[in-house]
Design a binder for this molecule. Sequence first.
Ligand code: NAD
Ligand code: ZN
Length: 359
Amino acid sequence: MHKNFKGVEKTVFGRGSFSQLKEIVEERRSENDGFILYIVDNYFKGKDLEKRIPAGPKDIVTFMDVDPEEPTTQQVDELRDGIKNSKGIPAAVVAIGGGSIMDLAKAVSLMFTNEGSSVKYQGLNLITKPGVYHIGVPTISGTGAEVSMTAVLTGPEKKLGLKCEWTVFNQIVLDPELIASVPRDKWFYTGMDTYIHCIESRDGILNNTYSTAYGEQSLALCRDIYLGEKSGQTKENDEKLMVTSMMGGLSLTYSEVGIVHAMSYGLSKILGEKHCYANCIAFQHLGDYYPEGVAEFKEMVRKHKINLPTGLSKKWSEETISAMANVSIRLEHMWNHAIGTDWKTKVNVDTVKDLFRRL
Ligand code: NAD
Ligand code: ZN
């Protein structure tokens, strides 16, 4: 069976395109209870962008802190319940922020129309009704959350996405001006998420012409941004990075991620490490699985003088390592893609524990 996936319906790309948000939301105004819900990264509170949010008197602008936690099922449920009980169902939900805010908004949009806690929808195709019209405005690039079919949430038992066709944004606004203020370390880690998506989607059994075409173009742009003569956080590179993130996301959507993401989920779930940073921490030690990718990644780390910690596992207890390995090995589709259909004959929980001991 080949994947039959849904893409974003509408995309606007270009410097200053944030100004078009007003007319985009006005087109939805007559739906549901007629107000717009803006979910905005707390970083923008008091910044110029706050003044540019086209909120009318009936609209809600809610600022959310995304550090240090990743979005949780509890945050989603509380936000939905508070708004539904006081004002009803919004005409549209707008996310202004990175992967954390975008995933939160995607999930909230679905939970306005699907009853009960978001915990019960963590998984594939468990959602039964389409959500409220939702719009993604990324302000940091790399995760590909702007084009993906999943809203990753940390729940009481698992860190797992609400994954279905209706999760995908109806509209995205890609304005490279919005990512100019990203601090250099986050610019690196988050950009590397897309680099790793492309390497992992390529180096596995589900690789195919469609995912490779997006992946190769995304990798070429990554090389310009992080290794080229004009590498660094420039206007031109910010434009490239926004497209790179989107293409890396499309590459992995039509293939799969692998060992880095399997380990990263363990690091996030058990130690609370952020997704992109956790990927980088793990990727540097996986040269035997991804030789070319890791070699090039290390060049980028050196070029941008990024300090990636090593020797972390010395401070971890046996329980912590076991817990991370158990989270990781349950992501069977990732191991299957990376190692092959006979992966269970090559990898067991002790193999994965040894991988964590490398960190
Ligand atoms: P994020 O949303 O977690 O934000 C990272 C940091 O950057 C925060 O401190 C934030 O305040 C700051 N920031 C954002 N925009 C900024 C700006 N313009 N200027 C200054 N600071 C800014 O970042 P992320 O790495 O994009 O997202 C990580 C999340 O994405 C994780 O929760 C992960 O699980 C999720 N994720 C989702 C998918 C998906 O397909 N849905 C894929 C990968 C990761
Ligand atoms: Zn990722």
